[in-house]
Design a protein around this ligand. Structure first.
Ligand SMILES: *Cc1c(COP(=O)(O)O)cnc(C)c1O
Length: 372
């Protein structure tokens, strides 16, 4: 027996963990700072962590009520109906549900290059093909409707990452709307806002929201409600719950009920649901995270002796020459960053925004490595 032909499939390359690196170098994990996976510099939301501890004695139950409670809370947050919230095992899980709901065998998806690899991975799992549109370094990795539409050739799903990983750039809402408008009626535009909390740009949920639900003062009310835009969000980044795997898609009301036909039962686990509910009440943690990320972006942009691309996420992309060599040298100095070779950028590293101290450390170490 063999698995199906997986020769077209690629493995997901995660940022490397502290334990893994420490073991490899024969050193103590406490000697390392990890700024490689865009995790939260302050750890989990404290309210979320408390909910995790308190839920331990309840985990013999299926998360029926908690799943519904979290969906209702998120729906309330965005002013959409409960059906429009597709809760999942991480944002990645929501991408799987969208693939299940949209792709017939042989359908293609259009993804950014460089970009987040899971879009293509899940398309292939679901017997789809992958084509790309360029995000050009010459333009400072700017994200435009033209670049997407020039490459567009009737694909079933178009992925927009805003803020973009790994560059940090973002699409304007007008660009998203233009892309949705100019692509076929049966093309879905997925706006991945995994880093949405870190930017002051309006969310593309403004394009999906039911107009009835929009307050009169909301400028988004003047925009048409769309049935071809989905927005992806996650608790992994600003909320610091990456290890719990909790994310969701906000989908158009017109086909929101497809969830019941495609989701894995109890998509999000009980602990994740309770922690997510608590984290949504933890404004202080999110605000502190977002403010510190903004500070760190500015500090890195100003003080790193290399080209730093403008970022709206909790990370920056830096042009360093030989990315593998620089990442390796930093690792030996105790700082783990992301070598972007797997994104096709073998001269760039991506550095996650750390605490003040971590950020100052990585900048000092990087500048020394660059000077060598
Ligand atoms: C982190 C990330 C996600 C979602 O991650 P999950 O941990 O699965 O929620 C989605 N898209 C991009 C671009 C990301 O960087």
């Amino acid at each position: 027996m063999h698995p199906r032909d997986l020769s077209d499939h690629v493995e997901y390359q995660a940022g490397r963990g502290i334990e893994e690196v420490a073991r490899e170098l024969g050193r103590d994990p406490s000697e390392f700072v990890k700024l490689a996976s865009n995790e939260n510099m302050f750890g989990p939301s404290p309210l979320g962590a408390e909910a995790v501890r308190e839920t331990a004695t309840d985990v013999h139950h299926y998360p029926t009520a908690d799943h519904a409670d979290l969906v209702a809370r998120i729906a309330d947050e965005w002013d959409v109906t409960d059906d429009q919230v597709w809760l999942a095992n991480g944002g990645d899980g929501a991408l799987d549900y969208l693939a299940r709901a949209t792709l017939e065998p042989g359908d293609d998806v259009l993804v950014p290059d460089p970009g987040f690899s899971y879009y293509g991975m899940t398309a292939r799992f679901h017997h789809g093909g992958v084509s790309t549109y360029p995000v050009e370094r010459d333009d400072g990795f700017s994200l435009t409707a033209d670049a997407v539409l020039d490459a567009y050739d009737g694909e079933r799903v178009v992925f927009l990452t805003s803020p973009h990983n790994p560059s940090g750039g973002r699409f304007t809402l007008d660009a998203v709307e233009e892309i949705a408008e100019e692509t076929d009626e049966e093309t879905l535009v997925v706006v991945d806002e995994a880093y949405g909390e870190f930017t002051d740009a309006p969310t593309a949920i403004d394009l999906v929201r039911t107009r009835d639900g929009v307050a009169g003062s909301n400028p988004a009310a003047s925009r048409a409600k769309r049935d071809d835009v989905v927005v992806l969000r996650t608790f992994s980044k600003a909320y610091g719950l990456a290890g719990l795997r909790l994310g969701y898609a906000v989908v158009p009301e017109a086909w929101a009920d497809a969830y019941r036909r495609v989701n894995t039962p109890f998509a999000a686990n009980l602990v994740a649901c309770r922690a997510g509910l608590a984290a949504l009440e933890d404004d202080e943690h999110v605000e502190r995270t977002v403010e510190t990320a903004a500070w760190a972006r500015e500090y890195m942009t100003e003080h790193i002796d290399a080209r730093v691309f403008e970022s709206h996420g909790n990370f920056v992309l830096v042009e360093v020459g030989d990315a593998a060599a620089v990442a390796d040298a930093l690792k030996r100095r105790g700082v783990i960053v992301r070598d972007c070779t797997s994104f096709g950028l073998d001269d760039c590293i991506r550095i996650t925004c750390g605490t003040k101290e971590e950020t100052e450390t990585v900048v000092a170490e990087l500048n020394e490595v660059l000077a060598e």
